[in-house]
Write a protein that binds this ligand. Structure first.
Ligand SMILES: Nc1ncnc2c1ncn2[C@@H]1O[C@H](COP(=O)(O)OP(=O)(O)O)[C@@H](O)[C@H]1O
Ligand SMILES: [Mg+2]
Length: 387
């Protein structure tokens, strides 16, 4: 059918035509935002899930909701090896600048901007251009201890937002890449906001290990956040994700064809978008048939293999690839470290550094029970196809 009218959206962070099965998470987020602007205690959230399950698109959707609820929205993505002060500085500056334009918030926002200048100096953040009319204010956000300075600045933002009748939402993607120090500072700051009833909410998204990382950083993080799981879609939601966009374009899909995609994708959103898109392009129309779906399967897999799966493995060294290959050779996860070591004819201890590297690259994670598993759904299948 007409590729120009293909509604599907394969690709990281691409907004799906139908955001299926996430109503509960979205409504929790809306409530948190609505409570925050009313200076009611709002629960921050960490969205947890494997790659390709739809965390990034959820954050974007929550950004829209927050905006419509009257919050100022900041969105950052934690890349590997970048530090929090540098990531968050421009966002805090934007928020304080915008709040300083409101008469009722001006005084406190300007204090915040002075604190921010101290913060930039002490954390050696380069500032483009000359800051006009911002006098330093000793003692505000200039301790050099992130766990002290970030909460101090959040407090300024929270108070200014409150005075302006607004709120602030900080959306952070790929939270697993934050260092323990950075994550601690954020948790302390959010804790302070919640204790002081200030209108600041944080919604993070990351791989499943984030719950444990947060708990290790600060034990009270467990109670401070909600941890909704962003998992594969259940069969009903998966069917909606496929069928609604097709109907919306005035086309149809045969029931058997729909069932096949739902079953074989196991409800994984990245897979659904890729396959539904390929099936649409294959079909003569106006109905996507079982044959169309069958024929487009090979193209779907090859596209995923060259994109979604490939980019993950391209980041590994040879030794690290050997490690994940040994995992996939054992079948589907989770995997016991002892089994991996045995199959590689190595000791667990000697594999420790490799294991740690592959975890830090976000390719595998340690499950609640101390086993290892891939952070990318269906990755073991991909590895076995590479033989
Ligand atoms: N609820 C959903 N229903 C249908 N498709 C979705 C849904 N959530 C995400 N997708 C699709 O899945 C793919 C991966 O989404 P993304 O947000 O990048 O995942 P993640 O950030 O978890 O890796 C995108 O193609 C997106 O359009
Ligand atoms: Mg993402």
């Amino acid at each position: 059918m007409d590729p120009y009218r293909n509604p599907f959206a394969p690709g990281a962070g691409s907004r799906p035509p139908e955001l299926a099965g996430r109503d509960d998470i979205l409504s929790e987020a809306r409530i948190a935002c609505g409570r925050a602007v009313r200076s009611r205690n709002a629960r921050s959230m960490m969205l947890l899930g494997l790659r390709g399950t739809g965390k990034t698109v959820l954050l974007s959707e929550i950004a829209k909701i927050a905006d419509s609820e009257g919050l100022i929205v900041s969105k950052i993505e934690a890349p590997e090896g970048e530090n929090l002060p540098r990531l968050i500085y421009p966002e805090m500056k934007k928020v304080l600048r915008s709040l300083s334009g409101t008469e009722a918030a001006k005084h406190i926002a300007n204090r915040g901007l002075r604190g921010l200048r101290n913060f930039a100096a002490i954390f050696k953040i380069e500032i483009a251009g000359i800051e006009v009319g911002v006098e330093p204010e000793p003692g505000l956000a200039d301790s050099g201890d992130l766990q002290h300075d970030i909460p101090a600045l959040f407090e300024m933002i929270g108070k200014a937002a409150q005075a302006a009748g607004r709120g602030w939402i900080l959306l952070i993607d790929e939270v697993q890449y934050l260092s323990e120090k950075d994550l601690s500072a954020l948790i302390v700051a959010i804790h302070r906001m919640s204790q002081d009833g200030l209108p600041v909410v944080m919604i993070g998204a990351g791989l499943p290990q984030v719950a444990r990382l947060a708990g290790e950083a600060k034990s009270y993080a467990e109670r401070l956040f909600q941890y909704p799981e962003v998992d594969a879609l259940d069969p009903a939601a998966a069917a909606i994700a496929i069928e609604n966009p097709i109907k919306e374009e005035g086309a149809k899909i045969a029931p058997g064809a729909l069932d096949t995609i739902v079953a074989k994708t196991q409800g994984y959103p990245f897979f659904i978008q890729e396959w539904a898109s390929a099936a649409w392009n294959t079909a003569e129309g106006p109905e996507i048939s079982v044959a169309d779906v069958d024929i487009s399967y090979a193209a779907t897999i090859s596209s995923l293999d060259q994109g979604f799966f490939r980019v993950r493995i391209d980041r590994l060294t040879k030794a690290e690839v050997q490690f994940v290959k040994a995992m996939s050779d054992l079948g589907d996860g989770p995997y016991a470290m002892a089994d991996i070591a045995t199959s590689m004819d190595r000791t667990q201890k000697s594999l420790g550094p490799t294991r740690a590297k592959v975890i830090s690259k976000g390719m595998i994670y340690s499950t609640d029970h101390g086993y290892l598993d891939f952070t990318v759904p269906l990755f073991a299948d991909f590895m076995r196809r590479q033989r």
